[in-house]
Write a protein that binds this ligand. Sequence first.
Ligand SMILES: [Zn+2]
Ligand SMILES: [Zn+2]
Length: 407
Amino acid sequence: MEASREFVYQKFCEYYRDPATIIPSPIIPNQREFAYLLFKERFMVRHKRFEGIRNLRSVLSETVPSDVYHSCAYYENPDFDMDKKGWLGADLVFDIDADHIPTTCDKIHDEFTCVKCGFSGKGLLLEVCPACEATKFEAKTWPCEICIKSARDETAKLIDMLTNDFGFSLDELHVFFSGHRGYHVHVEDEAVRSLDAMARKEIVDYVTGLGIVILDKDARRKIKKGTAKKFNLNNFGWNKRLKNGMETFLQTATKEDLKSIDLRNNSVLENRDTIIKRCINAGLWDSVDGVKDQTWLKLAEHVRELQAANIDTVVTTDIHRLIRMNGTLHGKTGLKKVEFPAKNLQDFDPFIGAVAFKKGNAKVLVSDAPEFKLSGETLGPYKNQTVELPVAAAVMLICKGRAKVAN
Ligand SMILES: [Zn+2]
Ligand SMILES: [Zn+2]
């Protein structure tokens, strides 16, 4: 193995072999499938069953994988082939990853190279190579603070919906930093275990605000006789989110903000206060001249986008999904997946709480790294220079392909 890779491997060894390392057990471990990616072979070992966390730990300290996963699902026979496992249920899981969220940093710290033709660029990963139309890229990403904050904001919206609209208590939500640049939310309550893929898709649709109907078509017919309102929002769930969101948006909206959602109607800004008071708060949606259904629909659609939680929908609907295991290291950063109380979402600093390597320094040759914080220390930016860094920072830069061990 190449020296830098060997260095990271050695650090992972120390982590998994240290008796002080805490790797919490998922609930009912003996009904879950475990899987791990081998460091040297880059091969995924799957369909493993362990009686308990101790058995798994001894395997981890022997094999020292780069990444460890377990199924969200519970099986009669987790170590059998997929079709013979005997699915018993699955946790409800949500994955929020900055990879899929537009951010103000616009991922300028990310680079990609087309595997086929070598075309490369900076910024958000493309789906298709503009040069050769291939769809496989090698990506160089970075867990930047802006990216993680954007993922955190999405997670906050999700938690708000799960508690206020779905009725879970904060204690029932297991919230994790993913170890890279996102968050996971697991619901392990028995009430969700038997949900099939369709039911989970319904939950995804709710969380992302897909298919909200706010213009009552039946009422439109009745309104001709003057009996009902076409546009109406009540005071719970998405209706309430839209109402509150419209109020917040209108309070500070500029002419440009309105133009950006295709509203060129001057009466909205001229009557801002009246609209908020009479229409949104009192529910008299038709009471301001020139502000009708089409205006409300455009506002509602914009607010829907703002209020929706940007989750990776595939993860939630997949009832056999493997998810990174709590307490294990992320092969792309050397940070660990770590759980924290849902109420601490805003205060939990992953660049402190997820740091696994707390001792020692290492000399590395850094090709390119932006300024970053780790364990409360501000480091970088670096460009083609040899520096002595805390081990956690050295591991992260090597994992990210931005540094090599210096001789
Ligand atoms: Zn290409
Ligand atoms: Zn960023």
